[in-house]
Design a protein around this ligand. Sequence first.
Ligand code: F6R
Length: 616
Amino acid sequence: MCGIVGYIGHRDAYPIVLKGLQRLEYRGYDSAGIALYDGQELNLCKTKGKVADLKAKFEEGTSTKGNIGIGHTRWATHGVPNDVNSHPHYSNSENLVIIHNGIIENYSSLKKELVKRGYTFQSDTDTEVLINLIEDVMVKEDVKLGKAVQIALNQTIGAYAITVFDKRKPNELIVARLGSPLAIGIGEDEFFIASDASPFIEFTSNVIYLEDGEMAVIRRNKGIKVRKIQDDSLVDPYVQELKMNLEQIEKGGYDHFMLKEIYEQPNAIKDTYRGRMLVDKGIIKMSGVDDNIERLANAKRIIIVACGTSWHAGLVAEYIFEDLARIPVEVEYASEFRYRNPVIYENDVVIAISQSGETADTMAAIKLAKEKGAFVFGVCNVVGSSISRETHAGAYTHAGPEIGVASTKAFTTQITVLTMMALKLAKYKGAISDSQFRFHLQELERIPAKITRVLETSNDHIKEIADKYKNTPNCLYLGRGFNFPVALEGALKLKEISYIHAEGYPAAEMKHGPIALIDEQMPVVVIATKKGHYDKVVSNIQEIKSRKGKIIGIVTEGDEEVRNLADYVIEIPETIESLTPLLTTIPLQLLSYHIAVMLGRNVDQPRNLAKSVTVE
Ligand code: F6R
């Protein structure tokens, strides 16, 4: 949540910071602000709304000069999204200015103390408390900015990635992180700061990802000093080479990132299994699994923790692991797991799934599982993310940057990783025959081409269906077995980007209550593929039809039975049952996308949401 950007060097800071904020806008878009130092004055402009609103306001009356600057795009936590609560925030003297991603949990007690000492506050934010605490330490203890930041942070409880600037020391920026990501790009006599590396990929490929509990003093022409916040010890930072390129983070001719990411799925899935799944040799190589095979295969139980779409991928994985590897699986919302004193044994394996690798609840669940002695395996997309570093082992999805707030390719690549993992464990345990194992590999290898076929053949038809139902206030999604979680995911996609109320259910649960909702207005999307309780699902369709509900069936190519019952059908190619979620989810993504576009919604940045949920 929230994106931060900073620049110190020889170029104009404004265009770099502004473009950086545009690239980080997926992290929050309630408000935005930039502060620039032009050599004499600190020029600050901030506004409620998007980065585009900030640009208009800034260029109306604020000087864009200066080669040091910081910027922020906000997902509101403390205080409503308005101009005053936007970042950057000044200290009382207006010498210091800060941008902050995270939450200072003890801000209210700190604020009381500062008020007693005469400080005043313009905003309702925790961030303004932090910058005044830093100022107070500077004055009281007569220390330099870096030291004051360190002392102040040691008094806080919470999470942060911050950048602080003092206009009396115009050649340095101080940054620090705990729980929220912070990357430093290193160029020739210039430095870039950002919540992820996307704001600076065209300038440098050398990056330091600060670790939790580290801070850095960045000096123009002098370099970087990294220290531990807690004990002041010096750290030798690891400079990594960036693998991201500009094309990956641009829309590439698509109207929205979400659409681009839906269409990227065939290649994303290939990237997920490339080099790991050697179909000719009949093997899967995954170093995170290979290195821990005993521990994983002998797990008495697997507990999957995740949130949102990643939780849905976990539910699909439950079916896959139990079916193939015969290991019992429980799937938990990370936010519930972390607070309910769960029973965890040492021979439990916890799998944490997270696209961003930064989700606060998932991170807390991992820490709890580790404390209780479990082995924790991470499935993340963002390389070097907090979760990927906190887990004992893991496997990246390699989906490439996912920028649309609604998760699409992350979901299908997570299922791909988890399928390969389950297959490996099944083979190791002898729970699957060699020929079955090979057959699964061959089928998985065919999935990208089958997704391409769905995209090519059904997009226009899905647009028609979207047009027909775009004004519905409600929608139901039904599926069974491996496709029950896909129904949940389909409903989530529609809710989050079109704001239409939608619910997913296991098809057979309808008769236990939800069937009361059915009338001639209610569209019901039913996943009714040939493999997987087909006859039972057809009976469920009959039940809905006899109550005049409208059926949109997701069916296997050539299906006639559901076609005769349904108002619309969308066909997917045949595959083995456990892999059907990789295909059935595609039309549901497209359906919600087209409905949202037709309703004029902001598809890539739906209201109230942010891509990376680094707060509880
Ligand atoms: C929905 C969506 C969210 C995320 C959830 C977890 O489209 O994107 O529900 O899936 O916030 O995020 P990660 O996977 O980054 O932990």
